[in-house]
Design a protein around this ligand. Structure first.
Ligand code: SAJ
Length: 400
């Protein structure tokens, strides 16, 4: 492929790993972010997010001068938009960052350029990107616009960027073809072709599928609690059926993808998105249910012992073995309990310091707590020696 200069807009969890990988593959990459401190950090060869191996990739890319960060775009062969797509109040998708990134690159676009939207997007966004470029005076018949949704798992991004299959949907067949050719230069998985709308829906479907399956597990956990059945044993047994694979219940669903993207479908699908909406509601309910469970347990302890219970909240991250607190149910639960004046000992072995409250060493918290609540299934919690008299509430299957 002769297209060698790439401009990546948005240097966050997807944009920075993508930019660093492409730079290490020999492309000349210009990374753009609106936050000056992010740009400065990257230009020093350092990173502002936590992701295994990313530091090595960024350091090598900056050292070889194949990656440069800036606050403004430059002329390139390929533009990749990797900015956040959150939602407004009422779960209405917010594509403002995509639209402003598109406007920002418009002055630099030339004939033959490929413009790729990687951000998870509501249906129709790729065509909106094209329309904006048209409004900015660009002859869209001379460029290629496509959606290639990111689908990497935080914690394994550098590997999955290369190994995962990718879906490419252009606004024209030629746009799809040109974009597929580009991804084939660095992706070892298959690069699959479709149209823009199907590619957008495919990404939303992937995360909604996972959300729905987690909701099923979370509902089971609530039912099993009612029936006094060990949900972990139940799931282990049912998963021995050749066509059953129940996921793991937890304290809710966190991160900024799975808890967000299904709403894009619900918003567009309205009354017809029944299961997807209900799954979201079940997963949100699981977090509130967990809070009530802890509060009741603390109340019972107080009645029995005539003093307030000390509660260890084990884990704050949104999933095991990471330090990422974004949309974390564990953090939400801990905050709620603290604001309810419970005596909480927050534990997060992947974080040394947190601005809102003190973080306790996990062994120290276990020794001094009366109630131990497992919120995240971190590796550190797997083989703890816990006094048999202590009350354990296990939302994520650590003790099982
Ligand atoms: N969770 C459970 N039970 C499970 C699995 C997960 O409660 O059995 C919870 C986790 O604890 C966490 C949340 O779900 O709170 C989400 O974690 P995750 O590991 O399922 O997914 P993410 O958010 O880290 O990444 C997802 C991935 N999507 C799918 O697996 C379909 C990833 O491939 C996407 O690229 C990413 O969303 C994204 O950026 O959209």
């Amino acid at each position: 492929m002769t297209k060698k200069k790439i401009c990546v807009i948005g240097l966050g969890y997807i944009g920075l790993p993508t930019a660093a990988l492409l730079a290490n593959k020999g492309f000349q990459v210009h990374g753009v972010d609106i936050i000056q401190s992010t740009v400065d950090t990257i230009n020093k060869g350092e990173i502002h997010i936590v992701e295994p191996e990313l530091d090595t990739f960024v350091q090598a890319a900056v050292k070889s001068e194949k990656l440069k960060a800036d606050t403004t775009p430059i002329e390139s062969d390929i533009f990749i938009i990797a900015v956040p797509t959150p939602f407004h109040d009422g779960f209405v998708p917010n594509i403002d960052y995509v639209l402003s990134a598109t406007k920002a690159i418009a002055p630099y676009i030339k004939e033959g350029n490929i413009i790729i939207l990687e951000s998870t997007s509501p249906i129709g966004t790729t065509h909106k990107v094209e329309n904006i470029l048209k409004e900015q005076g660009i002859d869209i018949s001379s460029i290629y616009v496509a959606h290639c949704p990111e689908r990497v798992l935080p914690g394994q991004i550098m590997r999955e960027l290369v190994e995962n299959d990718r879906i490419v949907g252009g606004t024209t067949d030629e746009a799809t073809k040109q974009t597929v050719e580009f991804y084939k230069t660095f992706v070892e998985g298959e690069v699959l072709s479709t149209d823009a709308k199907t590619a957008e829906m495919a990404k939303l479907t992937e995360n909604s599928f996972r959300d729905t399956n987690i909701a099923f597990a979370n509902e089971l956990s609530i039912l099993c609690d009612k029936f006094d059945i060990n949900v972990w044993e139940l799931i282990k047994l049912t998963n021995r059926h050749p066509r059953v694979n129940v996921l793991q219940p937890g304290a809710g669903v966190g991160g900024h993808c799975i808890a967000v993207d299904p709403w894009f479908i619900v918003h567009a699908g309205g009354e017809d998105a029944k299961i997807i909406r209900t799954a979201r509601e079940v997963n949100t309910y699981k977090t509130e249910w967990s809070i009530e469970k802890i509060k009741n347990s603390a109340l019972m302890f107080e009645k029995e012992h005539n003093r307030a219970a000390k509660v260890a909240c084990m884990g704050l991250a949104f999933k095991p073995n990471i330090d990422d607190l974004r949309e974390s149910p564990a953090l939400y639960i801990t905050r709620k309990l603290i604001s309810n004046n419970l005596q909480i000992l927050p534990v997060e072995p992947n974080i040394d310091h947190f601005s809102e409250f003190d973080i306790y060493d996990y062994q120290e918290a276990i020794n001094s707590a009366d109630i131990i609540v497992f919120l995240v299934n971190h590796n550190e919690f797997q083989s703890l020696d816990i006094d048999k008299n202590k009350k354990i509430i296990d939302f994520c299957g650590t003790i099982k």
